[in-house]
Design a protein around this ligand. Sequence first.
Ligand code: TSB
Ligand code: ZN
Length: 687
Amino acid sequence: MLHPVPCTLYAIFMSSIQVQLPDGSVREVPSGTTPLAIAESISPRLAQAALVARIRPLKAATVSATPGDGTEASMYGAENPHAERLIDLTTPLQEDVALELLTDKNPDALKVLRHSAAHVLATAVLELFPETKLGHGPATESGFFYDFWRPTPFTPEDLKLIEGRMAEVVARDEKFVREFEPRTEGLEKFRAGNDFMKVHFIEKFTQPGEDISLYRNGRFVDFCRGPHVPSTGRVKAVKVMSLSGAYWLGDEKNPQLQRIYGTAFFSKKDLDEYLEKLEDAKRRDHRRLGKDLELFTVSEEVGAGLPLWLPKGATIRRLLEEYILGLERERGYEHVYTPDIAKVDLYVRSGHWAHYHEDMFPPMELENEQMVLRPMNCPHHILIYESKLRSYRDLPVRLAELGTMYRYERSGALSGLSRVRCMTLNDAHIFCSPDQIKEEFSGVMKLVEQAYRDLGITQYSYRLSLRDPANKAKYVDNDEMWNLGERVLREALDALGLPYRESKGDAAFYGPKLDIQLADVMGHEETYSTVQVDFHLPSQFGLEYTGADGNRHRPVMIHRAIISTMERMVSYLIEMYAGAFPLWLAPVQAGLVPISERHHSYATKVRDVLQQAGFRVETDARNEKMNAKIRDFTLQKVPYVLVMGDKEESGNAVSVRTRGKGDQGAMPLEQFVTRAQQLVAGKSMEV
Ligand code: TSB
Ligand code: ZN
């Protein structure tokens, strides 16, 4: 039997909308049809697999809006009905749209899944600890978190319980249902429950008179605008990761919240792979290895971001420095020394003061003069260029320095050696004529490739870093100059056929850069090498050279760093090698183990021979068992352990244990020296 259709519904039924699918086909469906219904009409398999939908209105102009993917940026704020956005599979479609059904193949769906996992976490916490008050719980880059307030801290056992309860919530397969409620009613309920954080969010992110958006699963209701996956059952591989403290609204005067971090994946396999990577990252973490291998330390008394290089770390750094200086000498760079400080006026002239001030240490007063620690080396090198008349025959002038500079990195951003406040850069400034830019650029890129090859760095990508034209404070305001710089860099990149991606807002204040990005085990990227084209500083300082025509011309500056700062590069190498440095860079290349007291004098002889041959060696002369000594050198990741007893002494030999490969048996000392020297000379990754 057919029910009479009420007239409003009738109107909806009457109107139809067009839904364009990714293959370009268009379906005409009644207005109000859900993405799920469309998925079902395509195939039951797709309806099963779909997690969330992306729509783009076909008629309205596309406006950019928050992504609606459950990350912090998209949690609240007004929904923009005209923008491309993610919606629940059950949201009725009301207008002509391009529709995409997202499954577990899509990274945006993963963010939505993680946001749903945050709701599962909150559900579990409230069931176990009903007195808890909820903050917010977005998806993050690697998972999700939820902030909670509760008088007692969660214990590790609590976290286990919570994880167990989350599994139950998932097993219950509760639907995520969106509900709307008048704002006043919503506020009243949350106020009655003393949910001070939810009240704050509602007041901040919604307007009086509006309906507020809620999501329900089972008995749990959260103020949230979604979207979510269809049900808790979709959150299949989820794990509680850690707990940390944070003040409500970041203010110390406010109650301290407990932030529970978790992560979720589409499958147990993905989760396991992630956890394995995380273990690997922990094992390689340069802060931990830096301590275990005695490479560097940070002292409270010196200050955060100001690492102290211990002898072994300093050895690695010195080897790197010598290596890069040698390469640069071969390629026509001239090395200079300049002071770490200068008058503030110098940076006023260069433009650092106007555009880079916030990243500088504050000035110090000295005999009525304002001095400042330099944040970059360029102005000093410019003054060296300026120190004599230059002709076109002198160009390019390539001034290089292991220049120490100081930057006020915010304390929250500091990390071991990779982000510090005092750093020494493998810096150079090339002063050349405009028609030399391409060749110089290509020379720099060759240097980068050579250095990466020698260091064994194979995974890197190119990023063309452009300014954000809207940000007048951060970048010199001169459109013509920026366009020229960008064009020159693109042409140079295209000439070399290098693939690159672009990034707006990452340029230097004076010009665009080509940055070379290296990623750590977890995929987190940082800039290492950089090549920057600069028309600004030469003009600020009125730099000149006499051309072949006898007239004065303005040189262009190329700022470049091949192996980044010593700090950042060493942090990377520690992690890439997991502390097991190749022979040429290892702070201790051979550990000497005399088997007993009576072999000490032979060990001393071997040490002298090796040191004479240029090796870095350490003798373990402790009154310990041979195996304990071998173990300690192995833990220190020393490439060779040379064991010496009666047999070795009488044969002028050493028993060689190789890192990774174990006991290689006895070998005449001379033969060992020759072999090791070859490996060092070839910068071999083998031992
Ligand atoms: C290349 N004036 C240019 C120079 O001539 C310059 O200073 N460029 S920079 O600002 O991009 O810095 C050069 C490199 O230093 C960066 O690419 C990065 O690898 C490294 N670096 C920057 N900040 C830090 C930091 N806080 N800790 C460690 N290394 C850093
Ligand atoms: Zn520079």
